[in-house]
Design a protein around this ligand. Structure first.
Ligand SMILES: Nc1ncnc2c1ncn2[C@@H]1O[C@H](COP(=O)(O)OP(=O)(O)OP(=O)(O)O)[C@@H](O)[C@H]1O
Ligand SMILES: [Mg+2]
Length: 520
């Protein structure tokens, strides 16, 4: 008999059976063997040998109920069966007995164990499979992430001179020829597309660290729906249910925007032929998140649970474990890159949340996102965010620029001097240290790469800040395991930019920092 069929017989799970408290399992061979199985959060804490339902009877133990003093109390409310009663018989008896708390199993007339509820057998089996699958998925994502992050880093270093020199070429061209300008612009556009793709890969591998603020998911949903409504077919109805007052999380607005857009566009793609309903639900979630393995860090309650459900074509079980992989797509060439869900996954992980998916072919798909709810703001107001206005600089700005890649260092020199700054560009971080130490006040700003032989950007910054604590430093980095925006900030580094930095952004950052330093 298929194990799922047993469920049909089963009485409702008694509350004290503790769905989350399954703790041991024994089998009815000569000696009952106890294996710890699943702990209070549904996490496998031990190993269970292969078992076969037909040959053995299983008992599952609740942690407290195992205590001796509880046994007699428990027996009075329970069905009592002999150790060798076949499972089917136990199930039949427990179904006919009105709400038994559990089944006490006796062996030779002596207490041998308690079957709390046979449906737990099924839950356990499901849980074991899911936990294993999730663990494998987590490990796979981790290794793909590391690899992708490494490639993105090298790629950025290649892209930076392509973009920079194309821009320089455009600016220094003697004879302005329309065709040539358009060719160079094509190079820049292509390089920008590559840069955006690299940025997505970095986001997936959690190395793109965006600044986080308090974000209201409710507000974000209405903002995104404005956009989505105009772009999806009229045959798709959108239903929104906000079932919680606290929808504030700690995240980055651009990233949450991206998460919502990706999930909505996937849902709409799945319903584009037959139409359907797109449900967006926000609710509180306080209980444990069932079935997650200990290896995945779970968000601490209270959480905001946020669901995007569609009634589209669904996802086949055999590809369900691959949908979060970068570049996995079932769309036609040109319709999708397959980065959508991997970026979503990376962003949610970066917000200390988790994402899960349920899907049935022909019925639809639901993505659930659990994010830790943000504590209320002390002043009751949402935090401000956004680009600081660019104020024009009037003063002459002196820059110390350090990058160990000679090509990048020389390009930066040309570009920044073209923008009107004075720049000393150095490829050796120790030499940079000496130049700075000779006269710490001569530079208005220091821009440094992170990954360099000798002193890393962070080490160099630490030393420069010792010499002059108020020196504005911009740390440029591709991919790095250790450096995070927060860490750089706590060290006193003024700004943190992810490579390849476009020169417009760099210019704005420089001007903003110098202006700030002037005000002080
Ligand atoms: N709501 C959904 N319904 C059905 N299938 C889905 C849904 N969401 C994702 N998928 C499946 O997962 C695959 C990967 O999704 P993902 O968002 O990562 O990439 P994509 O949508 O194919 O491309 P991109 O997002 O880069 O445009 C999709 O190609 C599709 O097969
Ligand atoms: Mg997508």
């Amino acid at each position: 008999m298929n194990i799922a069929n047993y469920i049909k017989f089963l009485p409702p799970i008694p509350h004290n059976a503790g769905m989350y408290d399954v703790f041991g399992i024994f089998r009815n061979n000569k000696e009952a063997t106890f294996f710890p199985v699943v702990d209070g959060r549904g996490t496998v804490v031990g190993v269970v040998r292969e078992y076969n339902l037909k040959d053995y009877t299983y008992g599952i133990f609740g942690r407290e109920l195992i205590k001796r003093e509880n046994i007699s109390r428990f027996i009075t409310k329970s069905l009592i069966v002999a150790m060798d009663t076949p499972l089917e018989e136990v199930l039949r008896l427990s179904a006919s007995n009105e709400n038994p708390d559990g089944i006490v199993v006796l062996k030779d007339g002596i207490y041998a164990g308690i079957v709390l509820n046979a449906s737990l057998l099924w839950l356990f089996e499901e849980n074991r499979k899911q936990t294993r699958a999730r663990l494998l998925q987590a490990q796979k994502m981790e290794s793909i992430g590391t690899m992708a992050g490494g490639i993105a880093h090298d790629f950025n270093n290649i892209l930076m001179p392509i973009m920079g020199y194309a821009e320089l070429l455009l600016k220094f061209m003697k004879k302005k020829d329309a065709a040539q300008i358009s060719f160079i612009n094509q190079i820049i556009v292509a390089a920008e597309r590559a840069r955006d793709l690299v940025a997505q890969i970095l986001k997936f591998s959690r190395h793109g660290s965006e600044e986080k603020t308090r974000v209201s998911l409710e507000a974000m949903i209405s903002e995104v729906l404005e956009l989505v409504r105009s772009s999806i077919p009229k045959t798709i109805e959108i239903r929104v249910a906000i079932e919680t007052k606290n929808c504030t999380v700690h995240a980055n607005t651009t990233e949450i925007h991206q998460v919502l857009m990706n999930l909505c566009s996937n849902a709409s793609h799945a319903m584009r032929e037959r139409g359907g309903i797109l449900h967006i639900t926000l609710s509180d979630h306080t209980g444990p998140i069932l079935g997650w393995s200990e290896d995945t860090e779970l968000p601490q309650p209270p959480c905001v649970r946020f669901t995007i459900r569609d009634t589209g074509h669904g996802i086949k079980p055999e590809i369900l474990t691959r949908i979060f992989d970068p570049f996995f797509t079932t769309k036609k060439q040109g319709e999708g890159t397959g980065m959508g869900l991997s970026v979503v996954h990376g962003i949610i992980k970066g917000c200390k949340g988790v994402i899960s998916v349920e899907s049935e072919v022909g019925v639809g798909t639901a993505f659930h996102i659990y994010l830790p709810a943000a504590a209320p703001a002390p002043d009751g107001k949402p935090a401000a965010f956004g680009d600081e206005a660019l104020t024009l600089f009037t003063k002459h700005i002196n820059i110390l620029y350090i990058d160990d890649e000679p090509m990048i260092a020389s390009m930066a020199k040309e570009m920044l001097s073209f923008l009107g700054f004075s720049i000393s560009s150095v490829t050796d971080s120790r030499a940079a240290m000496d130049i700075f130490a000779a006269n710490p006040l001569q530079f208005d700003i220091v821009i440094t790469d992170q990954t360099m032989p000798g002193l890393t950007g962070l080490e160099l910054s630490r030393k420069l800040l010792e010499l002059r604590p108020d020196v504005p430093i911009i740390l440029c980095t591709g991919y790095s395991e250790i450096v995070s925006a927060e860490m750089a900030k706590t060290m006193g580094i003024a700004e943190y930019l992810i490579k390849p930095v476009d020169f417009d952004k760099l210019k704005r950052t420089i001007v903003n920092l110098v202006n700030k330093a002037e005000v002080k």
